[in-house]
Design a protein around this ligand. Sequence first.
Ligand SMILES: [Zn+2]
Length: 172
Amino acid sequence: MTTSVRSLTMRFALRAAAAAKLEDGWLYLPCDKNPSLDSACLLVVSDSDDDPQAIASEHGFPSEGLDTPTIEDTVNAARQFQDSPSDELMLESFIYYWRFDAWLPEPGAPEPPPWEEAKLKWDREFFDSLGAERPTEPCHAEGCPRGAIHHSVLCWIHHFEMIRKEPCPFLE
Ligand SMILES: [Zn+2]
């Protein structure tokens, strides 16, 4: 049972991940600002129950980055745009996932506005809470072929639109 830490730069971590040579661990960053390729970071490699976050904070790297499998996935996401992605593109892909929990849609993609992210998440949670449509109870909205959900005379979409008073962004 051991825990060890490695000091490295983002550039080194990304290149190692691209070569499938980054040790399995959690990468921590010095702060919540976007890292650059030359930013120092810390890889905590542990096969014990030690809390990697506490260890990283002790070493001056309080901001949780990503774990090794996820870093490899962000490199693979960058490979959709370049066979051998540049350091810059790998960094962009890493940062996009780190900040937005989403794969980089395209190189140079603008950041989603924060309110849009938050609102979409809130809408989604509401939508997911609506429960199943009943095939035997047609939705009362005119011409709608869907079934009404429980506790409503409307289907998912029309119930959502009645409550939120705007078009439902989910399903067609
Ligand atoms: Zn409907």
